[in-house]
Design a protein around this ligand. Structure first.
Ligand code: MN
Length: 520
């Protein structure tokens, strides 16, 4: 196959994509997506199925009048009323369909093969009379007897169809089956051949590529692969496959793929799975230490292509699989250059959070690093250690906390209630200290580091004793109660250490000089 081959992208995000359960776009939203698709560079935009509703007609009219470069197409059954309604929307292309498989002919259409052939050819001739591009789809083509399929292709081609589409309506085809059908169509027609694949076995993209490999000129695609049931051929996967894997060109500006994908996800409300190729969150993410190290020395070690090509950037995930290299690089990007020892502590901390099943976002990592690089109090000999914490909370019950602290080697336990879980834990700590030292919580400050509910809670406290000594402590954990208790324990340790230093200084009160200081 020559690398000069141009493959057409027939986008059906607004038609088959809109048939995704739960998706319903307003005419304005459809127009917004159509404009984005046009900018992206698709060759045809199937705006909808006009006969189905007034809103659908309005949407297609809006798109047809928007002055787009792409062909604006409407879907129609092989019937005059459908075709008239579509044509009245001002479209430049029409997609006429009629099923050709025996299953559909017998159980849905109640029609003989001969009747089907005649109606298909008649409707193509009728549509062609309006001077628009006509694409004919033999619905359920891949379950159609292949000899009859050839008769259909020949009949509609002779009637003037510009393109013949091969729909794998129920998504049961294999690449081998697709190859057979494309070759069969090509053997009886010179019209453009198109693929319409569904992803019921996850083969939509592979089948579409197989179709092109066998000689098809175009594929029906949708942004993010949305569509009925398991969806359609994903535009981004198919287009990149054509260009990067086979060297076939398309008119798409690949750098706009990610933006278009986000727009469609936002307007349809269909979220993209994180592991989705090309546009998923993880598509260019690297978490494992080995991969991260490799990508940093040369991206091609673990990257299929430069993410910038599709409008994205790679990211190195700081998680339990990340190594020192990835984290150090991420920190360098944030302007932080931790010393070896700090870096070790940061990596340990990140892994600790990762082990609990969470990942660490950029801003989490930044805060952790700043805390470790700035604080440097990790190796102190702690006087107070948190041994255990249990919290019970809920509606119509008093929040209760049990705290176990090891204070100078002795275990203390207290259970207290409070206005909330944090308050109950604080009260339990106060209770323990009421018998040992006077330590009071003076200030409490909480900040969530990222927007979601799994974010790291950053708690800063100030504690003081009766003598007016005070110290601050900080705790950072995904659990807000644990973060609070850790902050208080850290503050108490700092306060006790301060007091101990004061005592020591008192003990070491300088002795009176033994004799006169020899002067200079
Ligand atoms: Mn379909």
């Amino acid at each position: 196959m020559s690398s000069e081959r141009m493959i057409r992208l027939f986008d059906t995000t607004l038609r088959d994509g809109e048939q995704t359960p739960g998706v319903s776009l307003t005419p304005q939203e459809k127009l917004e997506i159509a404009k984005a698709l046009d900018k992206l560079g698709v060759d045809a935009i199937e705006g909808g199925f006009p006969i189905t509703s007034k809103g659908e007609q309005q949407a297609i009219r809006l798109i047809a009048r928007a002055g787009l470069r792409a062909e604006v197409c409407g879907l129609a059954r092989a019937e005059k009323l459908d075709i008239d309604t579509a044509i009245n929307c001002g479209i430049t292309g029409i997609h006429v369909f009629l099923a050709s498989s025996d299953i559909h002919l017998e159980h849905k259409l109640h029609m003989t093969r001969e009747q089907m052939l005649k109606q298909a050819a008649d409707s193509v001739r009728y549509a062609k009379g309006f001077g628009v591009k006509v694409e004919f789809s033999a619905e359920d083509a891949t379950r159609t007897d292949i000899e009859f399929f050839k008769q259909v292709v020949k009949a509609v081609s002779d009637a003037g169809a510009d393109r013949f589409d091969i729909p794998d309506t129920v998504g049961i085809a294999t690449p081998q089956r697709i190859t057979e059908y494309v070759r069969a169509a090509r053997s009886v027609s010179d019209a453009m051949i198109s693929m319409h694949c569904h992803n019921d076995y996850g083969l939509a993209v592979a089948n579409s590529l197989a179709g092109v490999l066998a000689g098809a000129d175009q594929a029906h695609v949708t942004i993010n692969g949305i569509g009925e049931r398991s969806g359609n051929t994903s535009l981004e996967e198919f287009a990149l496959g054509c260009f990067n894997l086979y060297g076939w060109r398309t008119n798409a500006d690949y750098s706009l793929l990610y933006g278009t994908s986000r727009l469609v996800a936002r307007l349809t409300g269909i979220v993209i799975q994180p592991n989705k190729a090309i546009v998923g969150d993880n598509a260019f993410g690297h978490e494992s230490g080995i991969h991260t190290h490799g990508v940093l020395s040369n991206p091609s070690t673990y990257e299929p292509f430069d993410p910038a090509m599709v409008g994205r950037a790679r990211w190195l995930q700081a998680g339990k699989h990340s190594g020192r290299h990835g984290i150090a690089a991420q920190l360098r990007g944030m302007g932080l250059k931790p010393k070896e020892e700090s870096l070790r502590l940061i990596v340990d901390r990140v892994k600790e959070i990762g082990d609990k099943g969470s990942s660490v976002t950029d801003s989490d990592l930044y805060q952790i690093a700043v805390q470790i690089m700035g604080g440097g109090s990790a190796e102190k000999n702690e006087l107070v250690e948190l041994e255990g914490l249990e919290v019970v909370t809920g509606i119509k019950r008093l929040p209760t906390a049990t705290v176990r602290l090891l204070v100078r080697g002795h275990l203390h336990e207290a259970t207290e209630v409070g206005a909330g879980a944090v308050d109950a834990a604080v009260n339990a700590i106060q209770k323990i200290f009421s018998n040992i030292e006077t330590v009071r919580l003076k200030e409490y400050h909480l900040e969530a580091l990222t927007g979601d509910s799994g974010a790291v809670a950053d708690v800063t406290v100030k504690v003081e004793d009766d003598a007016g000594n005070y110290a601050s402590g900080r705790g950072m954990k995904r659990d807000i109660v644990v973060a609070s208790v850790e902050a208080i324990v850290a503050g108490t340790n700092a306060l006790l250490a301060k007091k101990q230093d004061l005592e020591r200084t008192k003990d070491l009160e300088p002795e009176k000089p033994a004799g006169p200081i020899e002067g200079i």
